[in-house]
Design a protein around this ligand. Structure first.
Ligand SMILES: [Zn+2]
Length: 427
């Protein structure tokens, strides 16, 4: 009897974990195994990681609010009611992508490439279509398996202290999400839905054809990164053209707006700053740190809110053992861009080097909220706890750092020595 009861209870739990979603194409309700709140939580969780990967949020509220308003205008006509959010990021790549649950990211490089508002509307509508057709959830179910996905979803919602095993799973979900590729059928579906959303929101759907043609023309010399996840054969442009011809288009659809051009003009003005930043990054990668430092300062002179360049300056100053100055740069980064991991992380490292352990722990905990799987956070948490005499907590963090380490971290030999001192050896 008790067993039956348990079975029945677990069946109830199973039912409760299922939810229905409206199929955006048919309007019918269908069952899904990944409940929307978990899909949303997963997208929310990996948003700062995606933004960090794309070099931070573009630091201009006028640019952000323009894309936010345009995105929300289109999102309003879509069937899924989700906490949609739109971001422009600093990357010079020509790219756009969505996270599960309605977070949509477009790059500075994309806007610089486009020529009118309806082209940007097309990209946003296409990404909104992926979210509405639940393509992310479906692909994640397929690549990760539903049980792992549900486990992680529940864990993210629960917000418990994560074990080493869960951290590794989170890292693999992050990597999967940031490189997610959809099938050709899903792309076709996103094009079709995207066109529908554009028209319903009042935008000229020919903007999509113009965008695709623009990308196609760039393919030979500077292939947009967007093409690596969105193959653009001639057939796709033809298909979209055919779809539009079959549509019953209302008059006065929006093609362009002065605001689009005002925003683009702003990005054109700060472009030299990002070019100096890119050069700095290349020099930094070659180990030419002093020249890199100069370039990053130049980038900030050209655009005094370039937080990506500031983060590099903080990092180089830490390497030069100048933690006081590094701290002030890192704090500036956190004020300009609360999403970017580097501001919080470098602030934590600088505070540790200054012997301000409690404050360092607080900053590193903030860093952890951004990217929970970044190994360095745990190494420095460990160092802080060790300095405070809390050995058990130190070891726990060192273990996590070791699990997540990629092998090239400068602190790795020190970490192993410290663990060995406590009788913990790894082979
Ligand atoms: Zn797509």
């Amino acid at each position: 009897m008790r067993q039956l009861k348990a079975l029945f209870l677990s069946f109830l739990v199973f039912l409760a974990s299922c939810a229905t979603v409206v199929d955006p194409l048919t309007g019918r309700r269908t069952f899904t195994l990944l409940p929307p709140e978990e899909e949303i939580a997963i997208g929310q969780k990996f948003l700062p990681e995606a933004i960090t990967e794309m070099e931070g949020v573009y630091p201009d509220e006028e640019v952000q609010s323009y894309v936010r308003e345009l995105g929300n205008k289109i999102a309003r006509v879509t069937p899924r009611k989700l906490p949609y959010e739109f971001f422009v990021v600093n990357s010079s790549q020509v790219n756009a992508f969505a996270l599960p649950g309605g977070k949509i990211i477009v790059t500075r490089g994309l806007i610089l490439t486009l020529e009118k508002e309806s082209e940007l509307a097309a990209v946003l509508a296409h990404e909104l279509a992926h979210v509405n057709a639940r393509h992310h959830a479906k692909m994640l179910e397929k690549t990760l398996g539903l049980s792992l996905l549900l486990q992680i979803g529940a864990l993210i919602i629960g917000g418990e202290n994560t074990t080493e095993r869960v951290l590794l799973q989170l890292a693999s979900i992050g990597a999967t999400l940031l490189a997610l590729k959809f099938s050709r059928d899903q792309e076709r579906e996103a094009d079709a839905l995207g066109l529908r959303f554009m028209v319903e929101a009042g935008y000229d759907p020919w903007g999509m054809v113009d965008t695709f043609k623009r990308f196609k023309a760039m393919e030979k010399d500077y292939p947009p990164e967007w093409l690596s996840t969105h193959p653009l054969p001639e057939t796709r442009i033809r298909e979209v053209t055919e779809m539009i011809k079959k549509m019953d288009l209302p008059p006065n659809l929006i093609k362009d707006s002065p605001r689009f051009h005002a925003v683009k003009e702003k990005l054109v003005k700060t472009k030299p700053s990002y070019e100096a930043y890119e050069e700095g990054k290349k020099l930094y990668a070659k180990g030419r740190k002093d020249e890199a430092l100069k370039k990053f300062h130049e980038a900030i002179k050209l655009f005094d809110r370039n937080q990506a360049a500031m983060a590099y300056i903080a990092s180089i100053l830490l390497e030069k053992d100048r933690p006081e100055e590094a701290l002030s740069w890192a704090e500036k980064v956190t004020r300009i861009d609360p999403y970017l991991l580097w501001g919080w992380y470098l602030k934590g490292v600088a505070l540790f080097k200054l012997g301000r352990y409690e404050e360092s722990i607080a900053a590193l905990e903030e860093a952890k909220k951004r990217v929970e799987t970044y190994a360095g956070i745990y190494y420095y948490l460990g160092r802080n706890y060790e300095a405070l005499g809390q050995i058990e907590k130190a070891i726990e963090n060192y273990r996590k750092a070791l699990k997540l380490a990629r092998g090239n971290e400068p602190w790795l030999p020190d970490l192993k020595r410290r663990l060995a001192r406590y009788g913990i050896f790894f082979y």
